[in-house]
Design a protein around this ligand. Structure first.
Ligand SMILES: Nc1ncnc2c1ncn2[C@@H]1O[C@H](COP(=O)(O)OP(=O)(O)OP(=O)(O)O)[C@@H](O)[C@H]1O
Ligand SMILES: [Mg+2]
Length: 352
């Protein structure tokens, strides 16, 4: 993994008056990689993207694109292109004119522009629609025009700010796959902003999770899901039960952990003895009808049939627990007692 870096932030901060939108963040994006900035509303994602584009300049710190320090360069001097949430297409121009726009501004010869527009439109599956106006396209098609208009410039870095949020759920899924496929096929370094964790898991090589202007954790989708570093990340990436536990002792990387009456041995993750939280994914719990070693007594508070699985809400001495159970044949009855057994994966200690 020593691919050359395409984007690098070194301790970058951005303030608007008293508001610190981005606080001392450092991260990098390798060439050809798609990195997603993920986090709740207001955490600084768009600001970070605009700092890459040069639409904002940092209050402190340095921004590099490739080898070049671009910290003080305006947007027009940076080799990046951005796809906006609103698409920002020119309504009075045809699809072909919209896609051609950047090349025309660069003063490229007409024949070359025509050829490259045709290639770009074919790439996003819009061949034949060049003479339509944006108002004559569906939302998904308009989004593809916006992608074609950015890709045609062959930028060093392609930026996406919540590109799917104007689409309905089904279309969102399809377009995100199209964007990912195109990005991989062309090998374009991309930074993608979303607040939707499933979208982030689906499209990203790596994810940078942001929380209140800082980076909470970065890693591959799998690393973040399987080993969240904090309560915030555990709750933000996928669903998690956060159960209070006591770490009795930790030795050679393993911790003896007490969860109510149950003893567990888990990777210690450098946590000291004392109170901690156990993040348990809802699918990592198996429900039994009989008590047994390592089983936590629970009461079935609610059972919801959801087609492919049953969702159980449990009450227990360590608090409420949500379970996703794929055993549909013999559902447990609300109000009865059952016994919860934790699997070997889908569990992770996090600091209290
Ligand atoms: N031009 C501005 N002037 C003042 N404050 C701003 C400006 N732009 C952003 N902010 C503030 O900076 C913080 C981060 O904003 P940013 O737009 O980066 O968040 P975001 O993560 O993209 O949120 P969302 O998911 O809602 O788009 C917010 O508190 C916001 O109010
Ligand atoms: Mg935003």
């Amino acid at each position: 993994m020593s691919r050359p870096e395409a984007v690098r932030f070194e301790s970058v901060s951005k303030s608007y008056g008293p508001v610190v939108a981005v606080r001392e963040i450092s991260f990098s994006v390798a060439r050809g990689e798609l990195v997603t900035l993920l986090g709740p509303s207001g955490c600084g994602k768009t600001t970070t993207l605009r700092l890459i584009a040069g639409l904002e300049l940092p209050s402190s710190g340095q921004v590099f694109i490739g080898e070049r320090d671009v910290t003080r360069l305006p947007a027009t001097a940076r080799d990046v292109a951005m796809v906006f949430q609103s698409y920002a297409l020119f309504p009075h121009m045809t699809v072909a004119q919209n896609v051609a726009y950047g090349l025309v501004v660069q003063g490229r010869p007409k024949a070359e522009v025509g050829e490259r527009v045709a290639v770009a439109l074919a790439m996003v599956g819009l061949e034949g629609l060049g003479q339509r106006f944006p108002s004559e396209l569906s939302g998904g098609q308009q989004q593809r025009v916006a992608v074609a208009r950015a890709v045609i410039l062959e930028p060093q870095v392609l930026l996406f700010d919540e590109p799917l949020s104007n689409l309905d759920a089904r279309l969102r899924r399809r377009v995100r796959e199209e964007i990912r496929e195109l990005q991989q096929k062309l090998g374009i370094t991309s930074v993608y902003v979303t607040h939707d964790q499933s979208e982030a898991l689906a499209v990203s090589d790596r994810i940078v999770v942001m929380d209140r202007a800082r980076i909470a954790q970065e890693g591959t989708p799998r690393e973040l899901y399987e080993a969240p570093a904090s309560r915030f990340v555990a709750e933000f990436i996928g669903e998690a039960n956060l159960l209070p536990v006591e770490i009795a002792r930790a030795r050679s990387g393993h911790a003896m952990v007490r969860l109510g009456p149950v003893d567990l041995e888990l990777p210690a993750r450098d946590l000291p003895p004392g109170p901690a939280l156990l993040a348990v994914r809802p699918h990592a719990i198996r429900l039994a009808r009989e008590p047994g070693n390592g089983r936590l007594p629970v009461r079935i508070a609610k059972a919801t049939y959801l087609g492919a699985h049953i969702e159980y809400e449990l009450e227990s001495e360590v608090g409420a627990i949500l379970v996703i159970d794929r055993a549909l044949e013999s559902p447990l009855v609300t109000g009865t007692t059952a016994f919860a057994e934790l699997g070997s994966s889908g569990l992770c200690l996090v600091p209290a």
